[in-house]
Ligand binder design. Structure first.
Ligand code: LLP
Length: 386
């Protein structure tokens, strides 16, 4: 939802651009903070969702940590206020330079995904004469009922250590004297809306912990990853995810051992709803069944619909006859048939020059943009600055 003043300001900005509602982000962070404080859970924002410096600064000001997946994300996180001892570093393919940087900065944990990776971290930590804190990312083999491209916690996925390898790996780790095993890490996938999946995750984690306890293995932390979904269909009705409901599942079903800290890595749930991609209609072209609304934004600015058939609510925010509804295929200018934001979308009668908002694009929107077709990078604007 945009105010009249915002829409007036949009008229004078070069389209396409990302617009971030800082007030909504602040209210989202307030809710996340109170829900996490009630439960004692620790939050590491998943920087991959949106790495705008201003957004990172606001999130870090709440005292949250960061979840990073590259050396550059660690740099962005530390430059924007996240203390290294609250940074988790995940990823199946960390380079030596990235590992060295993480070790030098004494980050909270390197979340490791294979024995091969552990061997390299041991070597690099020894070279640096520093102990690296590590967590083992376990593949829990649970189906999160989300799009298969954003499913990560199944055995067939490349992520994590398989359960049957875990005990031997922990035994082998004892000879790695530059590694300190501090926790277990899990992440099932993203845009999870069937919350019962998280209950199953709790059961899985409890079983694994019980197995380890039998061998006297007690670890200081559990990291349950991210994945909480948002409502792409009703961004205004459900602008802030229900963090309390989400954490209560873990409160009820997860059995941490005494003194063990519990961590989460939400990305989409934090920044998803605060962003919109604002674009202008270039042409309306007659189609066989529906007309095409051809926009100046395309898959280069927002690839989610092309890549995952993702739904984003599309609104004409400057329609002249709001009640006259027609159907349009809303497409971009890129030379690819998949460059389509939505087919047969009901919009008020749309004309050249109208402004179109593609909602819920604050997570995995701008960060996944590209310069394909040698496109200019879209600008980014914030509600407290325009
Ligand atoms: N932790 C780990 C280890 C992850 O791999 C991810 C996301 C997160 C946390 C944050 O997940 P979230 O809370 O945002 O669901 N580009 C895709 C999403 C890819 C997510 C990758 N990992 C999309 O546009 O839907």
């Amino acid at each position: 939802m945009f105010t009249e003043n915002q829409i007036k300001a949009f008229e004078n900005i070069k389209t396409p651009f990302y617009f971030y509602d800082i007030d909504l982000l602040t209210r989202t962070l307030d809710k996340l903070k109170s829900a996490s404080e009630k439960t004692g859970y620790k939050i590491h924002y998943a920087v991959k969702a949106n790495a705008q410096p201003k957004i990172l600064k606001l999130i870090s000001s709440y005292g949250f940590g960061a979840d990073c997946v590259s050396g550059n994300e660690i740099i962005a996180a530390t430059e924007n206020g996240f203390p290294p001892d609250k940074i988790a570093f995940a990823g199946v393919g960390k380079t030596d330079e990235e590992i060295e940087y993480a070790i030098q900065n004494d980050i909270f944990s390197l979340n490791c995904e294979s024995f091969a990776e552990l061997e390299i971290i041991q070597q690099l930590a020894e070279k640096a004469k520093k102990t690296a804190k590590i967590a083992l990312r376990i593949n829990p083999n649970l189906n999160p009922n989300t799009h298969h491209y954003i499913t990560t916690g199944l055995e067939e996925n490349k992520f994590g250590i398989n359960l049957w390898e875990l005990e031997k790996l922990i035994t082998d780790l004892k000879s790695f004297n530059y590694l300190e095993l501090t926790g277990l890490h899990f992440h099932l996938g993203s845009q999870i809306t069937d919350l019962s999946v998280f209950r199953s995750l709790c059961m899985k984690v409890n079983n694994i912990q019980n197995q380890l306890l039998k061998k006297q293995i007690k670890l200081p932390h559990l990291n349950l990853g991210g994945g909480l979904g948002i409502d792409y269909h009703k961004p205004d009705e459900h602008s802030i995810p229900n963090f309390e409901l989400y954490f209560n599942i873990f409160k009820k079903f997860l059995e941490p051992i005494p003194g063990q800290s519990v961590h989460f890595e939400p990305g989409r749930a934090v920044t998803g709803q605060c962003g919109s991609l604002i674009s202008r209609v270039l042409f309306v072209k007659k189609g066989i069944t529906t007309d095409f609304a051809i926009m100046d934004a395309g898959m280069t600015e927002l690839i989610r619909p092309a890549l995952y058939q993702a739904f984003h609510k599309i609104e004409n925010i400057t329609a002249r006859v709001p009640d006259k509804i027609k159907k349009y295929d809303v497409v971009g200018p890129i030379c690819e048939s998949s460059d389509c934001f939505g087919k047969s979308i009901e919009l008020p009668e749309t004309a050249r020059g109208d402004l179109i908002a593609i909602r819920s694009t604050g997570a995995y929107g701008e960060v996944m943009s590209s310069s394909y077709n040698l496109r200019d990078k879209a600008g980014s604007y914030f509600s407290d600055e325009i």
